[in-house]
Design a protein around this ligand. Structure first.
Ligand code: WTA
Length: 638
């Protein structure tokens, strides 16, 4: 069954793809416009209906409390725990025997967990955490490779009402140190290391180095995954497998799930913003559960029989919402892979889609562009006919990559769900649903209950086709509640530029069909290969090198990564800018922040363009680098 398509290459906005009769016949949401109308007629009734699809210890008294804007509260008075819906309710039914998780390591090792088995591991580890004195509200840092214990650790933390802070395993010493310190974590959960692209990433060593820079948390739990040598500090570091086998936990195969208020914190997740200090986005148990559940079901049309694969890392919001929590809430079978898409050959992903019979596949534009380079012969040698839906997230997808994905992976029968959302939004915000008409490169329309707009500097809606700031005009259940320890920054970053509107930080256009086209960030956030990095965080890592006096970084378009980092560096006197120093600096940034932050290009300069108040004008650097007009530079000092 193939899609009807009308490609008109010169006018991408009019190139449309329609779903097949088969897709329409099975859609969870047969009429998106009716769903949108239901939500806009009565927002609270809509979100009450969606919340009623889940189990609660006690139902809410108020769906939405907006008496203290922008500190919105959802399902006030409700009692729940995300684990009640992700595990507890399934193990009471036939689903206890269903696979919750299929995992494959980069070396080809396979592990599977039924809902029953996953629940057992989660209960045991929850008891381990309790025995270490972790209780409701305490923070736990999770710094792990992509292995099942990451999922177990997150669920166990949530189960006892503690708050997890997952730090992406690709981050390095300084990024980890800052996040451990700010979260004041009681325990760190890590592993000896992980496999990535044939290399060993030695996470425990990075933890040890990060802990030398900070007041140590009480305990470090280490999963033995690689079996490599690590230093274990007596009284602080413990092996996961030893703790899990203590008589205490063997007897504790059961663990009561902590009953939480809907508004109690579930996790914090650090993300880059406009200052050097990453902000800890805080999400809660109740609204977050409802939001991610409703959106996964509607957008990816999830069915009992599906095998879902989201290629993200659990350390990012995509992994939190759509690898760990929402698929489990749906009672689905999720697949998770440890390593790189091109290891050992560029068909590793396609091999696994075939082997496991994946039905819904959710990935990123960078990965698609990267695999596209190797040509269609790699996917063509595999049977990908199990696939019925595809997805994309993290950055705008260029129409060329969209078409390649649609043709060579989806064989022109799988609609692509281009989901636009953020760490802060917790759930998909703009996205097609399978029955909708698609346009390559557009995230289409706001989902039911979401009101998005494109506005000018004054906050007034711009005309169709004009570029402006993307804003959100009403609250949604999975929205962030605050920035941990910094509520003022929550208000000033998101709710101050335009009164009563959530400021997204992206620019966008809307076409005559009401379809949104995301253009890119308008703030100091750089999306390298879809990974979110702050200019200030990278600049401060530069300055921590002994040769650097000052640095400015910008993002410039890059064929593969979408955006790449370019750095302008002023050296301290006595240092010479040469090839060797460029290499040293790139290594230094990778060591401090992680390999993803490695700049594409480093240029040594004598001065940086600044405003009179001393703020670096990255806009001017960007314009110069791209050979464009520098715009209004009358406020420039130099
Ligand atoms: C960008 C990732 C275009 C956007 C879930 C947003 C996208 C930022 C898309 C959030 C998309 C995400 N099309 N751009 N489908 N999805 N973005 O917090 O700039 O890592 O503001 O969350 O990614 O990045 P974050």
């Amino acid at each position: 069954m193939s899609n009807t398509k009308t490609p008109q290459p010169n006018t991408p906005q009019d190139e449309v793809y329609l779903p097949s009769a088969e897709i329409i016949a099975q859609a969870n949401v047969p009429n998106p416009e009716a769903a949108r109308k239901e939500a806009s007629d009565n927002l609270e009734a809509y979100w009450a209906r969606r919340a009623n699809e889940l189990e609660w210890y006690k139902k809410w008294d108020t769906v939405l409390d907006d008496s203290n804007k922008p500190f919105y509260q959802w399902y006030v008075g409700g009692k729940t725990n995300i684990v009640l819906n992700a595990l507890d309710r399934h193990v009471k039914t036939w689903r206890r025997n269903k696979l919750a998780l299929i995992w494959e390591g980069e070396k080809g090792d396979v592990r599977t967990f039924s809902y029953h088995a996953l629940n057992r591991e989660v209960c045991k580890f929850a008891n381990v955490l309790k025995s270490m004195g972790v209780s409701k509200g305490d923070r736990v840092t999770i710094y792990m490779p992509r292995i099942p214990e990451t999922v177990i650790a997150m669920l166990a933390t949530a189960k006892i009402g503690a708050v997890h802070s997952v730090v992406y395993g690709g981050f390095s010493v300084e990024a980890l140190h800052g996040r451990i310190e700010d979260s004041e974590s009681k325990v760190i959960i890590t592993a000896d290391g992980g496999n990535m692209n044939g290399k060993k990433i030695e996470l425990k060593k990075i933890v040890d180095e990060a802990l030398q820079r900070t007041a140590a948390p009480e305990n470090v739990v280490v999963v033995k995954h690689l079996g490599s040598d690590v230093t274990m500090e007596a009284g602080r570091d413990y092996w996961y497998h030893e703790l899990m086998n203590l008589p205490l936990t063997r007897n504790g195969l059961r663990c009561e799930t902590e009953v939480m208020d809907a508004e109690d914190p579930l996790f914090i997740l650090y993300t880059s913003g406009t200052t050097g200090k990453p902000k800890a986005i805080l999400h809660t148990h109740g609204g977050y559960s409802v939001g991610i559940h409703a959106t996964l079901k509607d957008v990816f049309d999830l069915k009992e029989e599906d095998r879902w694969w989201c290629t993200a890392d659990p350390g990012w919001i995509t992994g939190h919402s759509y690898i760990v929590y929402a698929p489990l809430i749906a009672g689905a079978t999720s697949f998770m892979y440890e390593g790189a898409p091109t290891f050992p050959y560029p068909d590793r992903w396609w091999t696994m889609i075939e082997k496991y019979g994946i039905t819904v596949f959710y990935s990123t534009p960078t990965a698609i562009r990267g695999l596209m380079r190797f040509g269609p012969s790699w996917p063509n040698r595999h049977d990908l006919s199990s696939l019925r839906l595809l997805g994309s997230v993290g950055e705008p997808i260029n129409p060329e990559a969209w078409r390649w994905f649609h043709k060579n992976i989806g064989k022109e029968k799988c609609p692509i769900m281009d989901t636009w959302w953020q760490t802060e939004t917790g759930m998909f915000m703009l996205s097609p649903m399978p029955v909708m008409k698609l346009k390559p490169g557009s995230a289409t329309k706001p989902l039911p209950g979401i009101e998005a707009d494109v506005v000018n500097e004054e906050g007034i809606s711009v005309a169709d086709g004009e570029e402006g700031f993307l804003v959100l005009k009403n609250p949604w259940p999975a929205m962030m509640r605050t920035i941990f320890k910094d509520p003022e920054r929550y208000v000033s970053t998101y709710w101050t530029k335009f009164p009563n509107m959530y400021f997204v930080g992206d620019s966008a256009r809307r076409d005559k069909d009401g379809y949104f086209w995301i253009i890119g960030r308008v703030d100091d956030v750089i999306k390298v290969s879809g990974y979110r990095l702050g200019t200030a965080e990278i600049e401060s890592a530069f300055v921590s090198h002994q040769s650097v006096a000052e640095a400015a970084v910008i993002g410039l378009p890059h064929e593969l990564k979408g955006v790449a980092i370019h750095a302008y560096v002023i050296l301290k006197s006595g240092h010479e800018g040469n090839e060797q120093l460029v290499e040293d600096l790139r290594k230094h940034i990778a060591h401090e922040l992680g390999p993803i932050a490695k700049p594409e290009k480093i240029e040594f300069v004598k001065v940086l363009p600044k405003t009179r108040s001393g703020k670096i004008m990255r806009r001017v650097l960007k314009a110069r680098a791209q050979g464009m007009s520098e715009g209004d530079i009358s406020t420039l000092e130099e």
